[in-house]
Design a binder for this molecule. Structure first.
Ligand code: NAP
Length: 321
C-alpha cells in the first residue's frame, strides 16, 4: 500500500468527475475509483450512460448523447491529471483518517488505498421493473426521467408506471407534451400526496389504468407499447405507447457506507445545509447519493464542484494539502 492520497473520489457520474476536474486543477492528484461495467445504472459514468440524447445540459445547443457527455467529463478530468481506476469499491473504513478504501476482496486486512479525504459520489439507481429487454430499451422509448426525456414525446401516447408522488409528478409534467398520459398502477389507490393526486385526477390528459402491472415491453429496438396484466382478473391486454416512464422510486448506492456515516431515513447520505460535508470530518458527498430532490446531471455536477472546493479547504485547514 502506498502513501495516503490527498483525495479519493468514489463514483464517476457528473458529480464525481466534476469533483475530479476541480480537485485535479487544485493539484490534489485525485484518484477516481469509477466502478466497473455492469448491467445496471450502477456503473462507470452513472445513469447518463443509459440515456441517449441529452438536450438540457447547458453548453450543448444541439444536444449530446449521454455516454459522449460522460466521456467528455472523463477526458477533461484526465487532462488535468486525475487517475481513474476501473474497479468497484467493496469496503471503506471511515473510523479514522487516513480513511481506508478497498477494491477487490473486502475481507483483506489491509485496505487497497488510504486517503486523507474522501468524496462520495456513488449516485443512485432508478428502480426498474426487471423485465426482459429493459436495459436495451432505456433511451429508446423507456425512461426514468420525465424532465430529461418528456420533450421527445410531443403529441404521442405516454405511460407512467407507479402510484407515488414521483409517478404523479412525472405524469403531470408529461401531460404538457403527450397527447395522452396513462398512469399504470398496481393498486386502485395512489400513494401520492392528496394535492398531487388532485392535480392528476383533474388533468384531462391523464388517464388511470388501476390494478394493472406491466408484464412485457413490446417492440424491438424501440418501445411500441406494453403488455399489462389485470392483477384482479389476471387478464392480459396490450397498450400501445410511444414512451413509458418507470417511476417506482430510486435507491441510493450507499450500501458500503452503512453504519459509518449518517444516512437519512430514506437511505441517502446526510450533508450539511449548503455544503457537501457529511458527519464524518474529511468525508464529503455530492450528486444523487445525497440528492433526492433534483436528480439532474447539472445539479450533480454543481454539487461535485462544491465537494471539491469543500475538500480543498478542509485539507488546507488540516495542513494536509
Ligand atoms: P414511492 O413513494 O415509494 O412510490 C413508489 C410507487 O411505485 C408506489 O405507488 C408503488 O406501489 C409503486 N411500485 C413500487 N414497486 C413497483 C413495482 N415493482 N411495480 C409496479 N409498481 C411499483 O416512490 P416515489 O414516488 O419515487 O417517492 C419517493 C419519496 O419522494 C416519497 O416520500 C415522495 O413523497 C417523495 N417525492 C415527493 C415529491 C413532491 O413532493 N413533489 C415528488 C417526488 C417524490 P404501491 O403504492 O402499491 O406500493
Amino acid at each position: 500500500m502506498s502513501d495516503p492520497r490527498e483525495v479519493i473520489i468514489i463514483g464517476s457520474g457528473p458529480a464525481g468527475l466534476t469533483a475530479a476536474i476541480y480537485t485535479a486543477r487544485a493539484n490534489l492528484h485525485p484518484l477516481v475509483i469509477e466502478g466497473e461495467p455492469s448491467s445496471t445504472s450502477d456503473q462507470p459514468g452513472g445513469q447518463l450512460m443509459l440515456t441517449t440524447e441529452v438536450e438540457n445540459y447547458p453548453g450543448f445547443p444541439d444536444g449530446i448523447m449521454g455516454p459522449d457527455l460522460m466521456s467528455n467529463f472523463r477526458s477533461q478530468a484526465e487532462r488535468f491529471g486525475a487517475d481513474i481506476l476501473t474497479k468497484k469499491v467493496t469496503r471503506v473504513d471511515l473510523s479514522s483518517s487516513p480513511f481506508g478504501v478497498w477494491v477487490g476482496d473486502p475481507t483483506e486486512e489491509t485496505p487497497s488505498y488510504l486517503a486523507n479525504s474522501l468524496i462520495i459520489s456513488t449516485g443512485a439507481k432508478a428502480l426498474m421493473l426487471e423485465l426482459p429487454n429493459e436495459l436495451s430499451l432505456v433511451g429508446h422509448g423507456l425512461s426514468t426521467c420525465a424532465t430529461c426525456d418528456g420533450f421527445f414525446f410531443r403529441d404521442q401516447e405516454i405511460g407512467v408506471v407507479g402510484g407515488g408522488d414521483s409517478a404523479v409528478e412525472e405524469a403531470v409534467f408529461l401531460s404538457r407534451f403527450g397527447s395522452k398520459v396513462t398512469i399504470i398502477h398496481r393498486r386502485d389507490e395512489l400513494r401520492a400526496s392528496k394535492i398531487m393526486q388532485e392535480r392528476a385526477l383533474s388533468n384531462p390528459k391523464i388517464d388511470f389504468l388501476w390494478n394493472h402491472e406491466v408484464v412485457e415491453y413490446l417492440g424491438g429496438t424501440k418501445l411500441e407499447g406494453v403488455k399489462v396484466r389485470n392483477v384482479l382478473t389476471s387478464e392480459i391486454s396490450e397498450l400501445p405507447l410511444s414512451g413509458l416512464f418507470v417511476a417506482i422510486g430510486h435507491t441510493p448506492n450507499t450500501e458500503i457506507f452503512k453504519g459509518q456515516i449518517t444516512l437519512l431515513d430514506n437511505g441517502y447520505i446526510q450533508t450539511e445545509h449548503d455544503s457537501s460535508k457529511t458527519n464524518v470530518d474529511g468525508v464529503f458527498a455530492c450528486g444523487d447519493v445525497q440528492d433526492f430532490t433534483y436528480r439532474q446531471a447539472i445539479t450533480a455536477a454543481g454539487s461535485g464542484c462544491m465537494a471539491a472546493i469543500d475538500t480543498e479547504r478542509w485539507l488546507e485547514e488540516q495542513d494536509l494539502k
